[in-house]
Design a protein around this ligand. Structure first.
Ligand code: FES
Length: 74
């Protein structure tokens, strides 16, 4: 389980595409892709291919299961 900021770090679109086979989420606006484990941008937006991806990491939150509930530390 992973918990990650759901808003793209570029121009604040809602992230909405989950790719479970490679543990990435994709921004639906310009298709930047983020690693679910550490929030790093791994594919730049198609409208800004030279963007500094290392400065656009998303916040990741600790997640645990407790008595059948999923808890996220924010
Ligand atoms: S707003 Fe996310 S890639 Fe453009």
């Amino acid at each position: 389980m992973y918990a990650i900021n759901g808003v793209c770090s570029r121009t604040k679109c809602i992230l909405g595409i989950l790719e479970t086979d490679n543990l990435r989420t994709k921004c639906q606006c310009h298709h930047a892709e983020f690693n679910l484990k550490d929030g790093t941008m791994v594919v730049p937006p198609y409208v800004a291919p030279n963007i500094p991806m290392d400065k656009l990491t998303l916040k990741v939150y600790p997640v645990r299961e407790e008595n059948g509930f999923i808890e996220v530390d924010t």
